[in-house]
Design a protein around this ligand. Structure first.
Ligand code: CP3
Length: 346
């Protein structure tokens, strides 16, 4: 037993602890299901204005902590601040999501990473202020998008059902796509290092679109770039704690942590519990409640929570959703989930 174990539950789990109380937080926990978020969002103007305003970004990051006492706070920002920092025009339209200036073979070589950290200075200031304001036991998570997922938006210029445009581009122009991915690896590495230096306790890499690729493409565009980011970050911060979340990748989850070097694996809800247990015997896991159970509430919610507790609580687990909470979720259902997980004793 480690007698110097801290009361930072999330960090303990990342280090492999499976004995303390179960920590809980939610992906997208600051967001439109909260009236206080919607009010601050209105005050800020555009979505990116909110991301780049430290006063307001600190405020919305803390809103779900104040309401539910989650064990981790996740920096309020977006994965698409990286293309914005590379000089690509990004905006968020009400009801449509992100709209980006597209990149192609001609423009990819011109993307310039020199100003990334200057551009993102307000976000780094938010990180520092959050670490000062949060209680010491609350883990502060920074994050970035994985290069593949960010690239899918840069190629298509908007969200698509299956990221067809980026899949096609990566097959037709692999050399050009490699340049784009390499630029994203470099910018994301520098950004994560800066977040950790500014006060983030750990960082999460979101690969929300990792599930649409075949094995060769997955290895090249998802595994390898994330491995490089982890390597770059650890060259600067050897002990850096990194959570990998290649959402929806099924059998490809196996070996992902080992190949990339991440300390914890985020799981979505579509994998069998027996497989989740197998993964958990190799690496701490985070997840994996279907966000739709959180919308449904009642028995559907309790049964989903209990399945996770029964199957995964004997190993290192951070309780979370399998993807972000949606705006439709009733707040009392979130409270129901928090109460049930907190009442659980191993
Ligand atoms: O988790 C948190 O609370 C931290 C903040 C956070 C946001 N986006 C805020 C946000 C995080 C970690 C993200 C990650 C993100 N952003 C991902 C990866 C995770 C995932 O959801 O798959 C992706 C793919 C994006 C890109 C993005 N941002 C899309 C596709 C959209 C539009 C869809 C939507 O939900 O509106 C966004 C907008 C966005 N990012 C909102 C929030 C709170 C809603 C916009 C608003 O408030 O006006």
């Amino acid at each position: 037993m480690n007698t110097t174990k801290s009361n930072r539950l999330v960090m303990n789990v990342i280090d492999g602890d499976q004995t303390g109380n179960l920590p809980i937080w939610m992906m997208r926990q600051a967001g439109r299901y909260l009236p206080e978020y919607k009010a601050t969002r209105k005050e800020a103007g555009s979505f990116l204005d909110l991301c780049y305003n430290p006063d307001l970004a600190v405020k919305v990051t803390l809103q779900p902590i104040d309401r539910f006492g989650f064990d981790a706070a996740i920096l309020f920002s977006d994965i698409l601040v990286i293309p914005d920092a590379l000089g690509v025009n990004v905006r968020f339209e009400e009801g449509r999501g992100p709209i980006l200036e597209t990149v192609d073979q001609t423009t990819i070589p011109n993307l310039n990473g020199d100003n990334v950290l200057t551009h993102l200075a307000p976000v780094l200031e938010t990180v520092g202020r959050l670490r000062e304001e949060l209680p010491s036991e609350t883990t502060l998570l920074g994050f970035c998008g994985a290069p593949w997922t960010v690239a899918t938006y840069m190629i298509a210029g908007h969200g698509t059902p299956d990221q067809g445009p980026a899949r096609q581009f990566s097959l037709n122009h692999p050399d050009s796509f490699q340049i784009l991915i390499d630029k994203l690896v470099e910018a994301s590495s520098n950004y994560l290092i800066a977040q950790l230096k500014a006060g983030a306790d750990a960082v999460q890499i979101f690969d929300s679109w990792a599930s649409v690729l075949d094995e060769q493409q997955f290895e090249r565009w998802c595994v390898e770039p994330v491995r490089k980011i982890v390597e770059n970050v650890r060259m600067e911060i050897p002990n850096a704690k990194i959570i990998g979340f290649p959402k929806g990748v099924g059998a490809f989850y196996k070996g992902y942590a080992k190949k990339t070097g991440v300390n914890m694996l985020g799981l979505d809800w579509t994998i069998p519990m027996s497989f989740a247990q197998e993964l958990q015997s190799e690496v701490p896991v985070q997840g994996n409640l279907d966000p739709n159970r959180l919308i449904a509430g009642g028995r559907a919610l309790d049964e989903g929570i209990d399945a996770i507790l029964e199957n995964l609580s004997a190993g290192p687990l951070v309780f979370n959703l399998g993807h972000g909470i949606t705006p439709l979720t009733p707040i009392p259902h979130v409270q129901q989930m928090v109460d049930r997980v907190r009442a659980f004793r191993r």
